[in-house]
Design a protein around this ligand. Structure first.
Ligand code: ZN
Length: 341
């Protein structure tokens, strides 16, 4: 009861990359960088295990950013000539690469870190990839100028990598789709279709993470504009409930998401966000267990996974470590409460 997992990213140690940034610069290059990435991965495997998490991830230590880490291995993407573009509905500006030809994988994307993760933990492992719609929203398309067509092309490539990750021993392949909370009608139609294409043929567990973004100021300001009730999930959850995706991740703690929206995910495993990534205040186990308790009104016990609201990448390492411990301790307390009835 109550597996525990991170959404995906964890802070990079300061010997690997700049800290406190979403697009940090690496501290080294070449073979030294490749080794440093794996060393940082090993560090976070150990720290997740020591915190008591049941599902372990690589903390995305080998990618600069969750979207660009994938795109860097895609031919047809011009990283030499990035352009500034408003992303996530113009919520913030980012320097994005351009699509200049039909995209194709140059080879494996995440083989090294996925195999390394598999080799260094006995726990089930989860591996994250950006979802097709979020990829589309984080590039400037100079080739087709057609978001649906580009999403389906990306979905094919994601599917190739996802099948290879499964062969590497990954237990859960998760697609990150923060764009689902921005383009609501499109998410429920071609967004979910592209997601299912990306997950086609997978026998391991499949998951989708939908959030209100990292705890950066632009996202905090955006959340302030969303009113008293955040009902964005209401549009896409029915389409996801009808899909083949096994697990759906949502923000819960300190959000204004009405908990009853989780009832729209009947039949799915629900990754409930019980750790806030927009605050350095470390949750108490009681707060985490209380949040799990609220979710249990709408999610069966055997389908609830305790998770972070989003990635922890821009946070300090000490805060992230403390939050991992709170996540595991809170889930343990929730189990005790259930056992007491
Ligand atoms: Zn997220």
């Amino acid at each position: 009861m109550f597996d525990t997992a991170i959404a995906g990213s964890l802070p990079k140690p300061d010997w690997l990359a700049e800290t406190g940034k979403l697009w940090p610069q690496w501290r080294s290059e070449g073979a030294a960088l490749a080794q440093a990435k794996l060393d940082a991965t090993l560090l976070w495997i150990k720290l997740q295990e020591d915190a008591g998490l049941s599902v372990i991830g690589d903390g995305e230590q080998s990618r600069q950013h969750f979207v660009h880490g994938f795109l860097e291995r895609v031919a047809g993407i011009d990283f030499e000539h990035k352009v500034e573009m408003g992303i996530r509905g113009d919520r913030y500006k980012a320097m994005v690469p351009q699509v200049v030809a039909a995209p194709a994988l140059k080879g494996r994307v995440h083989a090294a870190e996925a195999r390394f993760l598999r080799a260094h933990t006995q726990h089930p492992i989860k591996f994250t990839l950006p979802g097709p719609m979020t990829l589309v929203d984080t590039v400037a398309d100079r080739h087709w100028g057609d978001r649906v067509r580009l999403a389906m092309a990306f979905a094919e490539l994601l599917n190739q990598e996802a099948l290879a990750l499964q062969a590497d021993g990954v237990d859960v392949v998760q697609f990150d789709e923060p764009a689902f909370n921005v383009f609501l009608d499109e998410a429920a139609t071609w967004g979910v279709q592209a997601l299912e294409r990306a997950a086609a043929g997978l026998r391991c567990k499949t998951a989708v993470h939908i959030c209100y973004g990292y705890g950066i100021q632009a996202n905090i300001d955006w959340k302030q504009s969303l009113g008293q009730e955040w009902r964005q999930y209401e549009r896409v959850f029915p389409a996801l409930a009808a899909s083949r995706i096994d697990q759906v991740s949502l923000e819960c703690i300190h959000s204004r998401v009405p908990p009853e929206l989780m009832a729209l995910l009947a039949g799915k495993e629900v990754m409930v966000g019980v750790i806030d990534v927009a605050s350095d205040a470390v949750e108490t186990p009681e707060e985490v267990a209380d949040t799990i308790g609220r979710a249990l009104q709408f999610v069966p016990r055997d389908k609830l996974i305790a998770c972070t609201n989003c990635g922890l990448a821009p946070m300090s390492r000490a805060v992230a470590e403390a939050k991992l411990r709170a996540l595991a301790a809170g889930a343990a307390l929730a189990r005790e409460r259930c056992a007491r009835g």
